[in-house]
Ligand binder design. Structure first.
Ligand SMILES: [Zn+2]
Length: 317
């Protein structure tokens, strides 16, 4: 910001906000240093590694400056905005059902194949939600996993594709050898965004196993490998409890795999046993705000420990 004031400037601040969709305001105010003077010339650099909040590509950022002089008079600059883009590639946009897909022109044919069976897969999850018009899902398709991770600040080693629910954005790698996997992964990540839509509100919190289990369920049936992971863990007394699965999964890839498999199995159990009406009711209870124990009790009549017990019994029968 640069300018001149008739009287000495007493305070100067920058207010900025992103296109993140939350029920509370995300407006941030910072006060960069400046010389107390009539002439202003200062700037602010947002270091995302320090603030910890990494933005996905395509996020819009708006900002304005507020300047107050020593007589208490304030001046607000015109609001400006920019798109936080991944400028390493030239992006081409394609529209498929509820997605806006951004890809490199040379990947366009592959991206058509990526989206072919999406509707079919999504139909497995009867969440009963749609993304509102005007809030279409931005999906950035990268040529490989490494280039996708380079667009993020702190990617997990085992990360395949990623959803940013509050930004309504997905990052996914696709190339010929990843195609079949990516079709499943896309349905998985879209499901996370639909779940966020279902629970959107001031509370906005569900157990990790429920979020991941539903996304895995939509992706496809439990694989033989997943089933044997679970039965081995059960046999060796290493099954992770439903309570632990409520928190973010561990960084260890083997443990994370078991967490995903168990979450999938838990959601399978709930849907086979109680159906989709109850599942939608559960999400509605979380939307209104409830503890994990409270929500389960209200819909299924059992708390976390009770569900853990029922589910373990189902694994051995
Ligand atoms: Zn997931």
């Amino acid at each position: 910001v640069e300018g001149n004031s008739a009287r000495p400037v007493k305070s100067l601040s920058l207010e900025y906000e992103t296109s993140q969709r939350t029920s509370a305001s995300t407006l941030t105010r910072v006060e960069p240093t400046f010389a107390v003077d009539r002439a202003i010339n200062t700037s602010y650099t947002w270091e995302m590694k320090k603030s910890g909040g990494a933005l996905p590509p395509g996020t819009r950022i708006t900002w304005r400056w507020r300047v107050t002089d020593d007589a208490g008079r304030s001046w607000l600059s015109e609001r400006k905005d920019m798109s936080f883009d991944d400028t390493r590639y030239t992006w081409q946009m394609k529209t498929r059902s509820l997605l806006d897909l951004y890809c490199r022109p040379e990947d366009a044919a592959l991206v058509d194949r990526l989206a072919t069976n999406l509707e079919e897969k999504l139909a497995r999850g009867r969440l009963g939600v749609e993304t509102p018009t005007g809030n279409r899902i931005k999906t950035f398709v990268y040529p490989d996993t490494e280039s996708m991770k380079a667009a993020m600040l702190y990617p997990q080693d085992w990360m395949g594709a990623v959803a940013f629910p509050t930004y309504n954005t997905i990052l996914i790698p696709v190339n010929a050898s990843l195609l079949t996997w990516a079709q499943g992964a896309l349905a998985h990540e879209v499901t996370h965004l639909l779940i966020r839509e279902a629970i959107f509100g001031p509370f906005d919190d569900i157990p990790v196993w429920l979020n991941e289990g539903l996304a895995e369920y939509v992706e496809g049936d439990l694989t033989t490998a997943d089933k044997s992971l679970i039965s081995n863990a059960l046999r060796n007394g290493q099954l992770i409890s439903v309570k632990s699965l409520g928190s973010p999964f561990p960084a260890d890839p083997q443990q994370a795999l078991l967490c995903y498999a168990e979450s999938h199995s838990l959601v399978d159990y709930l849907i086979n046993q109680y159906g989709w009406d109850k599942m939608r009711a559960l999400l509605a209870v979380f939307k209104d705000g409830a503890t994990y124990d409270g929500a389960l009790k209200k819909v299924y009549g059992v708390d976390i420990a009770g569900l853990d017990k029922q589910w373990r019994v189902s694994l051995t029968s």
